[in-house]
Design a binder for this molecule. Sequence first.
Ligand code: 6GU
Length: 242
Amino acid sequence: MTPQDLPAERPVDRQPLLHIDILSVLPELLASPLSHSIMKRAQDKGLLTVGVHHLRQWAVNEYGQVDDYQYGGGAGMVMMCEPLARAIDSLQEQAAYDEIIYLTPDGSTLNQKTANSLSLKGRLLLICGHYKGIDQRIRDHYVTREISIGDYVLSGGELAAAVLVDAIGRLLPGVLNDETSALTDSFQDDLLAPPVYTRPVDFRGWKVPDILLSGDPKKVDEWRYEQALQRTAERRPDLMKE
Ligand code: 6GU
């Protein structure tokens, strides 16, 4: 493709489709995942903007304190109400959030349906927890949704937030092109994706299925659908119940 053939870039001075703010005590952890590949393209095109905010800006004292011992005793610190409430109030002055999302292993498990629905929002705030988590009162009075990325425990919410931003960001119209289209992803139709092959046709005697070389697009589509069904039935029968 020559430069003249490239689609015109969306002007970046327009409002993004989605703005995501992230509150974190370890913003460094978020830098790399958000600044490469498709997340970089989404931001370069002005479709997605991400603001990463250090919670320590709203610390309760000059030592940068944002956590404290838990009432009732027990090991582990809890992230205090005051820094979080002040941070949220201050960020919310720009414009109200459609959702304030707390990333936590006891939230509801992220799936494609949730990613699809969040990609239709305009403004999101993600709160990354650390230590034993955040004071319950912030969850009760500010948080509108709690999301986990799976049944295992991470050291903090940052990697989970990066996963969520990626899952949402790639769905914004104009981020992906034909080659990376979200329509053929696993889960987009409750089916896992079929196997894929590229050159060479014969690698160490391991051959590409003949049907993919047939040049018959209808046959290829049927084969891919069959493979997707078979794979889903074998690996994720739970997806096929509906
Ligand atoms: Cl969102 N946070 C943490 N700390 N651990 C997790 C998680 C989130 N999702 C799965 N494990």
